[in-house]
Design a protein. Structure first.
Length: 135
């Protein structure tokens, strides 16, 4: 973690360079072992202006929050319908999900490591039993 802080501290001297780091939500939320345990690092990563809109110029992207604003029932059903159309046009068998199932996927999204688009694709292709998953 200290290496990451040193890298961030030296960012002003690095020209024309970009780094991408990805990590689990635990690293962000854990007060004792995560990013927040290094106060100087956490302060450098904070956005000065907080908005409900996605800021593509931010130093730090919370992709979970971005996905919350991007996906809703209608978007998931549309994704599923488009995928089903393509699969069925090519001779396959796919059944688009409905609004109720899309709502279940959204409510379970925070409790799984599988992305919503992948879950929609799997359900559309019949990899998830809609009756069983509608608990």
């Amino acid at each position: 973690m200290s290496e990451l802080r040193e890298l961030i501290d030296e960012m002003d001297t690095l020209k024309n360079i970009m780094f991408f780091f990805g990590f689990d939500r635990v690293l962000l939320d854990d007060e004792r072992a995560g990013l927040k345990s290094y106060q100087a690092l956490w302060m450098r990563m904070q956005n000065e202006i907080v908005s409900s809109r996605f800021n593509k110029f931010s130093d730090f992207y919370d992709m979970d929050k971005f996905a919350e604003g991007l996906y809703d029932n209608h978007v998931l059903v549309e994704m599923s319908s488009r995928l089903a159309d393509v699969i069925n046009r090519e001779g396959g068998t796919a059944l688009p999900i409905d609004e109720g199932f899309a709502g279940k996927l959204l409510s379970n999204a925070k409790h799984t490591a599988v992305s919503l688009p992948r879950q929609v694709g799997t359900a559309t292709l019949g990899g998830i039993d809609m009756e069983v998953s509608n608990d």
